[in-house]
Design a protein around this ligand. Sequence first.
Ligand SMILES: Cc1cc2nc3c(=O)[nH]c(=O)nc-3n(C[C@H](O)[C@H](O)[C@H](O)COP(=O)(O)OP(=O)(O)OC[C@H]3O[C@@H](n4cnc5c(N)ncnc54)[C@H](O)[C@@H]3O)c2cc1C
Length: 414
Amino acid sequence: MPVAAPSPTRRKRRAVIIGGSMSGLFAAAFLRQIGWEADVYERSPVELVGRGAGITTHPELLAALEASGAGTVDLGIEVPKRMAIDRQGRIKDERPLRQILTSWDRLQRLLRETIDEAHYHLGWTFERAEQDGSGVRVYFNGGRVENADILIGGDGVRSTVRGQVAPELQPIYAGYYIWRGAPNEAELSARTLKEIFPYFVFYLPPRQEVITYPIAGFNNDLRPGHRRYNFIWYRVADAAQLREMNVDENGVQHDYSVPPPLIRKDLVAQMYADAREIMPPVLLDCVVTMKQPFITPIYDFTAPRIVFGRVAMIGDAAANARPHMGFGVAKAGGDAQALAAALRDHGDIDTALKAYNSERQPIGNTIVMHSRKLGTHLGVNLRTEEDRRMHVLLQDDGAIMDWIAVPNFLDAYR
Ligand SMILES: Cc1cc2nc3c(=O)[nH]c(=O)nc-3n(C[C@H](O)[C@H](O)[C@H](O)COP(=O)(O)OP(=O)(O)OC[C@H]3O[C@@H](n4cnc5c(N)ncnc54)[C@H](O)[C@@H]3O)c2cc1C
């Protein structure tokens, strides 16, 4: 169900939304439904693309896409089951589980189509905001200034908006990172295509986790032969090792991660060598077929509140979980939908923002804590008895298949 019908008597209220990705677009769609004017400002001067990243879907995401007007037509590829394989590529265990796997690009395209060009502004970087209790004044790089009733921070895990209202909240490195990429279906071997391509696959060498599943090809091509295979390989590295990995091909030190084309050749060569040591042939085929493997260090953080006066945080900017549940976009949709519903249900904006904070801050916190539980599989920073118990439990293939990226995991917390 859409969030609401607009009230004909209320003066048109306005939101400035920072970030033109998932949460920003969801927020604009849901606010428009309650009669607000909503403008999205994205720092990228060109349309966003997701480097072929795969996205697991959840019932909450499908519901948010339908309610927002983006819809779910040709969303992705449905797998019939998940399975765990051994070093030879033989099936060790399996679970029937129908799940739609999509890609970041497909979601971005669907959501992007919901917004009128006049309200989507590329090439504007948020710098700072002032608020006086009744509204916000928003300043952008380049001198642009916008006034609004509320400012929405949908600008991701390293949010500049959050940096202004809560600079103490910083993402924390989890102690592990992933190599990832998306080889083309057409270039994979016949064996890989037959044995693993149609499925959600897990492979668990000690203190590592490999996850693969099919996604759409370039331009969201879902035709057999034109799709890609999402490949994710979790590996452990402490902060000092990560810092060393964040030195690029030209010797430049990066703070968080190195852009894919600049990843050092020696790191890529070592990754290939390690893959040859431990991967089953079907997964090694994926590794050597990837065009430009890239590294994503895993960070997370949670926030004691997500509303700061007339500034509301949503999506990864509000709370960022490790990606073990594949729930980030579902959360972005849920945050945006809840924010619009609160603004619809409370005439007073400040009361509405408080209600939004009360509803979504605990959910964000729960999601982050759950992701830390799943991360214990990798055996990093096991601080409590519970961490150690989860670590032992998650060494089992069946347990991993029952916990990682499964639908309805939040039900256990309701
Ligand atoms: C390895 C990995 C796997 C994942 N797998 C899944 C999955 O399977 N399923 C799933 O649902 N989620 C998954 N996620 C999470 C998902 O990608 C994120 O939760 C989602 O992209 C968050 O959307 P967002 O709009 O909140 O933030 P982002 O997508 O980070 O977008 C923030 C936007 O804000 C812009 N911006 C930043 N600063 C400024 C500024 N100062 N001014 C203007 N614009 C600015 C940025 O350019 C960017 O476009 C995964 C994440 C990772 C790292």
